[in-house]
Design a protein around this ligand. Structure first.
Ligand code: HEM
Length: 362
């Protein structure tokens, strides 16, 4: 496969990734000729859009969503018996990602098959690096979203989160035009369904590699489990990179480049920079938390972090409370520009009976 980034400077060290991501005046996010809200915006316009969209991912909204996510995870896992073999990414992560995101957005469960098929096509198009394929897949997704938006404008439509977005008014009191709504919903789902499925694979991969980790994680409170998951994603970050474009002549990634140069922030490498983490595989959730770049840094840092964190915690707890996870064989690594596992066979086992059952149970 061709590395389409080969000619572009690639920022690989932690220090430079932070410097670039935190300097939007020199490194603009306007990298695409397509509308990308808020990803492709800069400055005041970007900040205003982030403010407008923040309430959709607020702590209160996340707290209210949690029971629905727990039901989502239960719906997937409760039918599975001792000995079930499955692919942690394709069978578990993808379906959970779609159902969880739909629960947040208020989308019909009937869309699941269409969204799963779309994720697979998107995955293939991303890997191929072919512009025509990528565009075709993007247009397919836009058609799905256009229908979802149209339904929210029908009289009597349920007031779900997508309805609220469609009827949101900006600081000038105007509703958002359709292309903006489509772009927002694309960014909230398109890429992130895939990211979440890959994150689920990385977490399960970590747990099956050493069964004692499962016992340890079962005993963690929410904050510690979130930190543990973040650390595992730092070690094997599946959200590999983002682009920027220079607004002036600058020295970056060891090169002097003119204004208008596209460059890549390689989050995966920055998250494993030995100058910062020593041995990048050393698991230290508390020690590495404030240097973790899985969700980026600076004004474009992931606004979906609270949602992704909740979704992953709920899935991990649901798995560990029902099963012991065993490896089901060799996994297949995802190919650049994706990271983590493309597929990871895992076997679900009934939990071992406690070595010392509580007195009442003897
Ligand atoms: C599943 C794990 C996820 C990972 C690892 C992840 C990672 C990231 C990273 C590294 C960035 C920074 C981009 C940059 O600096 O250019 C980002 C931005 C973004 N993420 Fe996430 N993300 C995840 C999930 C989500 C979810 C669930 C949502 C939606 C609800 C979301 C929505 C976004 C948006 C809209 C941006 C662009 C923000 C901006 O440009 O201001 N992400 N994400």
């Amino acid at each position: 496969m061709t590395d389409h980034r080969a000619e572009r400077p690639v920022v690989r060290t932690h220090a430079e990734a932070v410097a670039v991501a935190q300097d939007p005046d020199t490194y603009s996010s306007r990298v695409s000729r397509f509308l990308q809200v808020p990803n492709g915006m800069d400055g005041a316009e970007h900040a205003a859009m982030r403010r407008l969209l923040a309430p959709f991912l607020s702590p209160a909204r996340m707290a209210a969503l949690r029971p629905a996510l727990e039901r989502t995870a239960a719906g997937l896992l409760d039918p599975l018996a001792d000995g079930t073999a499955l692919d942690a990414v394709g069978d578990l992560g993808s379906h959970y990602a779609v159902r969880a995101q739909s629960a947040w957005l208020g989308w019909s469960p009937g869309l699941e098959d269409e969204l799963i098929a779309w994720m697979a096509a998107n995955h293939e198009a991303t890997r191929s690096g072919e512009l025509a394929r990528t565009r075709e897949v993007a247009e397919r997704f836009d058609r799905i979203i256009a229908a979802i938006i149209a339904a929210r404008r029908e009289p009597g439509a349920a007031h779900d989160l997508t309805w609220e977005l469609v009827h949101t008014r900006d600081e000038d009191g105007r509703t958002l035009p359709d292309p903006v709504l489509v772009s927002i919903l694309r960014n909230w789902t398109g890429g992130d369904l895939g990211s979440l499925a890959l994150c689920a694979g990385v977490v399960v991969g970590w747990l099956v590699a050493d069964g004692s980790r499962q016992d340890e994680w079962r005993g963690l409170d929410d904050a510690s489990l979130d930190a543990a998951i973040d650390e595992v994603l730092r070690i094997d970050d599946p959200f590999t990179s983002n682009r920027r474009v220079t607004t002036r002549e600058v020295r970056v990634a060891g090169r002097d480049v003119p204004a208008g140069t596209q460059l890549v922030i390689d989050w995966t490498r920055a998250n494993r920079d030995p100058a910062v983490f020593g041995d990048p595989d050393r698991y230290d959730p508390a020690g590495n938390a404030d240097r973790n770049l899985v969700y980026g840094t600076g004004p474009h840092a992931c606004p979906g972090r609270s949602l992704a964190t909740l979704e992953l915690r709920v899935l991990t707890r649901a798995l560990l409370s029902r099963f012991r996870l065993e490896s089901g064989g060799r996994g297949v690594r995802a190919l650049f520009p994706l990271g983590g596992w493309e597929s990871l066979p895992v076997v679900l086992r009934a939990p071992r009976p406690a070595a010392h059952p509580p007195r009442a149970a003897r």
